[in-house]
Design a protein around this ligand. Structure first.
Ligand code: PLP
Length: 495
C-alpha cells in the first residue's frame, strides 16, 4: 500500500463516520420512502434504480452554479428541456415560457411578483390586490406579505370547498393584479372552477394563475386513465389562464428543490426577472429569487423525467388514483370519519362527523401505528381535518392503512377530543400580539405545553386544539417562537 492509498483509506473511514452520524440524526425523522408518511414526501415506489439515478445526476451537477447560464450553458439546456416537458403536459403552446425554481413557494412568489410588475407596467396599478380563495396555499399569503399586495379572500362552498365564480366577478376591480385558483387545493384536494374564473379575469384584462404545484404532474395523467376522475379543465389551454405552477419534487417524484412556473409568453415572464447594472460587480440577471443556486436539483429532475417517461407517469398515476379511491371508500366506511369534497386525485381531507371523535387525536394514535397523516386546524368556518397525500408507493397498502385508521379511531374515541383550556382561550383573546414581550410569549407557550426548550410533545392534539382557538394574529406571533426554540443555535455535533 502506498502512502497515498493509506491516506485515502483514512479519509474514507472518516467519511464513513460522518455519514454514519447523518444516518443517526435521521433516525428520529419520519420515513421518506415506503408510503407510510402521507405528507411532505413523495415516493414513486420504483425501487433504488430511480433514486440512484436521481442522486447521481444531482451529484454530477451539484457544484455547477445556475446563477450564470452563460458561464454554464448546461443549465439553460437542461432548463429548456424541463420547461418544454412541463408546457407539453400542461396545455402550453408555442409561445409558452417558463422558469425552473427551487419549489412551489418560489414558483408562487415569482408568479405573484410577475403579476404585480405587469399590472404596474401595463395598467398603472400602484396599490395591487390579489383575489384568493380562502383555500389557496399559504405561499400566496407569503407573496402578499413580501411584495406588499392586498389580499381579497373568496369564501368557498362548505360542501365542494371551491369558490363561486360569481364572487370573483364581484371582487374584480381596477386594482386587481392577479386572480388565483388551485388545481387542486392542498388542504382539500379539490379543483377550483378554473374555466369560469379565468374567463372572468380575462374579461377585465386581469391575469389568472393556476396553482397546480401539487396536482400538475398527476392530474393530466389521471385524465388519460380509462376510468378517469371528473375534474374541470385547469391548464394553460384554458382561455384566460396566464401562468401556472407545477412542482417537480411532488408528483414528478424528483429530489427536493425543483418546480416550474409557466407563463403565457416570454413577454409576461420578463416582468418577474430581476436585472441590476447599478453596482460595480458582474451584470446581474436573476430569473428566480435566488442568486447562486446549485444545478443539482435541475439535473436530477431532468434525469428522473427522462427515466420515468410518459408511460411511467401514466402508470404511477393509475396506481396513485386507485389507492386514493380505495382509501376514500374505506375511510367513508369508518364510523365517525368522512372525506370532504370530491377530490379527483391523490389528496384526501378527512374530518370527523362525531363530536366524540377528534381527528387530531386520530392522527396522534395513527402515528403510534407507524403512519403519518397531517393535522390541519380549522379556519374561517372550515372544519379541522387531517390531510393525506397519497403517492404511488402506497399502492397495495390501503387495507393496512385503513385497518390502522379504524383502530386509531377506536382509540381516539376512548381518549376523547382534545379541548383547549377555555380560560386560556379567553385570556388569549384579550392579548395584543403587537405588544407581546418575549417573556409573555414564553409564558404562553409554557401554558400551551410547548415550554420544554423547544422539544415538541409526542401528542400534538392538545397543542393544535389550542392553536386553532387562538386569534390568527396571536398564533402568527407565537408560532415563530416555537420554531425559534428549535433553532436555538447550540451545536450538537460540530465542535
Ligand atoms: C406544495 C404546494 C405549494 C408550495 O410548494 P413548496 O414546494 O412546499 O414550496 C404551493 N401550492 C400548493 C397547492 C402546494 O401543494
Amino acid at each position: 500500500m502506498t502512502e497515498r492509498d493509506i491516506s485515502r483509506d483514512i479519509s474514507r473511514d472518516a467519511s464513513r463516520d460522518i455519514l454514519a452520524e447523518l444516518a443517526a440524526l435521521r433516525a428520529a425523522d419520519l420515513p421518506v420512502h415506503g408510503g407510510r408518511t402521507l405528507a411532505y414526501v413523495y415516493d414513486p415506489g420504483l425501487g433504488p434504480d430511480t433514486a440512484d439515478l436521481a442522486h447521481a445526476a444531482y451529484a454530477a451537477m451539484a457544484d455547477v452554479n445556475g446563477l450564470d447560464m452563460t458561464a454554464f450553458p448546461s443549465v439553460a439546456a437542461l432548463e429548456n428541456d424541463v420547461v418544454a416537458a412541463a408546457a407539453a403536459l400542461l396545455g402550453g403552446g408555442p409561445d409558452t415560457a417558463g422558469t425552473v425554481t427551487s419549489g412551489g413557494t418560489e414558483s408562487v412568489l415569482l408568479a405573484v411578483l410577475t403579476a404585480r410588475e405587469h399590472a404596474r407596467a401595463t395598467r398603472g396599478v400602484t396599490a395591487p390586490k390579489m383575489i384568493l380563495p380562502v383555500t389557496a396555499h399559504a405561499a400566496f399569503h407569503k407573496a402578499a406579505h413580501l411584495f406588499g399586495i392586498e389580499t381579497v379572500p373568496l369564501p368557498v362552498d362548505p360542501e365542494t370547498f371551491t369558490p363561486d365564480p360569481a364572487a370573483v366577478a364581484a371582487a374584480l376591480d381596477d386594482r386587481t393584479a392577479l386572480v388565483v385558483v388551485s388545481a387542486p387545493s392542498y388542504a382539500h384536494g379539490v379543483v377550483d372552477p378554473v374555466p369560469e374564473i379565468a374567463a372572468l379575469a380575462a374579461a377585465r384584462g386581469v391575469l389568472c394563475h393556476v396553482d397546480a404545484c401539487i396536482g400538475g404532474w398527476l392530474l393530466p395523467y389521471a385524465r388519460r386513465l380509462p376510468d378517469a376522475p371528473a375534474m374541470p379543465a385547469f391548464d394553460l389551454a384554458v382561455p384566460g389562464v396566464t401562468s401556472l405552477s407545477v412542482d417537480l419534487h411532488k408528483y414528478a417524484y424528483t429530489p427536493k428543490g425543483a418546480s416550474v412556473v409557466l407563463f403565457r409568453d416570454a413577454e409576461l415572464r420578463r416582468h418577474g426577472y430581476f436585472a441590476c447594472a447599478a453596482w460595480p460587480g458582474y451584470p446581474v440577471v436573476n430569473t428566480t429569487l435566488q442568486g447562486t443556486k446549485s444545478a443539482g436539483p435541475l439535473a436530477a429532475a431532468w434525469a428522473v423525467l427522462r427515466h420515468i417517461g410518459d408511460a411511467g407517469y401514466l402508470d404511477l398515476a393509475a396506481r396513485t388514483v386507485r389507492t386514493a379511491r380505495a382509501l376514500r371508500t374505506g375511510i367513508a366506511a369508518i364510523p365517525g370519519l368522512r372525506v370532504l369534497g370530491d377530490p379527483p386525485g391523490s389528496l384526501l381531507s378527512v374530518a370527523s362527523s362525531d363530536p366524540a371523535l377528534d381527528v387530531f387525536v386520530v392522527a396522534d394514535c395513527l402515528r403510534a401505528h407507524g403512519w403519518y397523516v397531517q393535522p390541519q386546524p380549522g379556519h374561517g368556518g372550515l372544519p379541522r381535518t387531517v390531510h393525506l397525500t397519497v403517492t404511488a408507493a402506497a399502492d397495495g397498502k390501503a387495507p393496512e392503512l385503513l385497518a390502522a385508521l379504524a383502530d386509531a379511531a377506536d382509540e381516539a374515541r376512548k381518549l376523547g377530543p382534545a379541548v383547549a383550556d377555555p380560560g386560556l382561550v379567553e385570556a388569549a383573546a384579550l392579548i395584543d400580539p403587537a405588544t407581546l414581550t418575549p417573556e409573555d410569549s414564553a409564558a404562553l407557550l409554557q401554558l400551551a405545553g410547548l415550554g420544554d426548550g423547544g422539544a415538541l410533545p409526542d401528542r400534538m392534539a392538545p397543542v393544535l386544539a389550542l392553536l386553532e382557538q387562538l386569534p390568527t394574529a396571536l398564533a402568527e406571533r407565537l408560532l415563530p417562537d416555537v420554531i425559534g426554540g428549535l433553532f436555538h443555535g447550540r451545536p450538537a455535533n460540530l465542535a
